[in-house]
Design a protein around this ligand. Structure first.
Ligand SMILES: Cc1cc2nc3c(=O)[nH]c(=O)nc-3n(C[C@H](O)[C@H](O)[C@H](O)COP(=O)(O)O)c2cc1C
Length: 407
């Protein structure tokens, strides 16, 4: 099982390079996130970076000495040692100047020397004025750096330095960078290059223009699975109802309202998916005749006729990619195992993840879950302890990976 939980970078070394851009103030936040995630962070500042942010800030945030010069008596081989020890190198912000020097293979300061001396993955997070980014020379440098195998996070659209308006130039947010670092730290996985389709959250079935039928699903479990699959190298699509948690970094997504809309969105994507994880909680029933106008009180009881919604797994089954691994979720209140086994057969699933709706700390809304994994052909279901949903996601994807490897 890969690193997960609250300190996913525990025991990993990150060389965090900072070059002289205005966005370097945000890199302090990144240093904090990396350290909180358990990483040992060695910060290297260019001379220009020290004009923008002090070494003391990074020293206080990381609890480790900060490195600046190439020619520091007593630390003259820092560039080799830092480069060798790092599991990943991140340069944020990477200025136009730094990118030019890196593209040329210069080693005229500590950070560029580290870049040449490392064999670990490198993430460059570009940030600069929009015209500097658009310049043909910068674009040529960016292409060359990608060709050298560096991962380049392009600047985002947004507000630039004071008086410069907005445009593509802003450095990616620290939590976006953190997610990319996590992906680079991930060991080689069978998910790399595969397509994973995940559904998450509830659906809403309209009663009238202002009311709907729904359930308490938050989408947390599906979002944790989408995030973990992307971190393992997959191309991930998320089809989500109205969820209460943000869509993870790197995940292509579409929002839907009703179960029928969710079915249509899945139908449009299922043919290319190597793995399907259906963790949404779509409504089973919808009003037979939703009202076009708001229903008013009549002074007496009202009956609402319901009809079944389409079954997403069953109605999209024939469109699945041959050999796809299919995971369904079953949230039950009674007859848990019998219901899960029935789902395996009726819906053509490889795994059913069973969670009890009425158990404290499990199921809807909470950050933890206690699941039982029922696998086609396995003699016994596998019961996992109460875990953070991110750890549950990794446990499920470990089982999926074993199935992929066996096909
Ligand atoms: C106020 C100010 C802000 C700057 N912001 C950026 C920036 O966001 N991106 C960039 O590429 N260069 C920026 N520069 C220019 C770099 O600091 C300059 O090119 C420097 O030589 C970079 O050195 P380094 O790559 O060794 O860190 C800025 C300069 C100033 C004076």
């Amino acid at each position: 099982m890969t690193a997960t939980g609250l300190r996913p970078f525990q025991g990993r070394r990150v060389l965090l390079g900072v070059s002289g851009g205005i966005a370097s103030y945000k890199t302090a936040g990144l240093a904090r996130l990396l350290t909180t995630a358990g990483a040992e962070v060695d910060v290297v500042l260019t001379r220009a970076a020290t004009e923008f942010i002090g070494a003391v800030t990074f020293e206080a945030l990381t609890g480790r000495p900060v490195h600046i010069g190439l020619f520091t008596p007593g630390r003259t081989l820092d560039h080799i040692k830092l480069a060798r020890d790092a599991d990943v190198v991140v340069v944020a912000p990477a200025t136009a100047d730094f990118m030019a020097r890196a593209a040329m293979g210069l080693a005229d300061d500590l950070l560029t020397a580290c870049l040449l001396a490392t064999e670990s993955p490198v993430l460059l997070v570009a940030a600069m004025n929009d015209r500097m980014w658009a310049h043909a020379q910068t674009q040529a440098n960016a292409d060359h750096l990608r060709g050298l195998g560096y991962r380049l996070l392009e600047p985002e659209e947004g507000l630039l330095a004071a008086g410069e308006g907005s445009g593509p130039g802003r450095m990616a947010a620290p939590d976006t960078i953190l997610a990319h670092v996590g992906r680079l730290l991930e060991p080689a996985s069978s998910f790399a290059g595969r397509t994973v389709l995940v559904t998450a959250g509830p659906t809403r079935e309209q009663i009238d223009p202002v009311r709907f039928l729904s359930n308490y699903s938050s989408g947390k479990m599906g979002v944790a699975i989408a995030a973990a699959a992307w971190r393992r190298g997959a191309k991930v699509s998320l089809v989500a109802g109205p969820i209460t948690v943000p869509v993870p970094v790197g995940v292509e997504h579409v929002f839907v309202q009703s179960t029928t809309e969710m079915r249509d969105a899945v139908a449009g994507r299922v043919g290319t998916a190597d793995v399907l994880v259906m963790s949404a909680a779509p409504a089973d029933y919808q009003p037979a005749a939703p009202s076009a106008n708001k229903l008013k009180k009549t002074g007496s009881a009202r009956e609402l006729e319901l009809r079944e919604t389409p079954d997403i797994l069953v109605t999209t089954r024939a469109s699945r990619k041959p050999g796809a691994v299919v995971v369904g979720f079953a949230l039950e209140t009674d007859d848990l195992l019998a219901n899960a086994k029935r789902k395996l057969d009726a819906k053509g699933l490889d795994l059913v993840i069973l969670n009890a709706a009425n158990e404290p700390g499990a199921g809807f809304g909470v950050d933890t879950n206690r699941v039982t994994i029922v696998q086609r052909g396995a003699p016994e279901p596998e019961q996992l302890p109460l875990l953070d949903k991110r750890a549950v996601a990794d446990a499920i994807l470990d089982r999926v990976e074993a199935l992929i490897n066996g096909r």
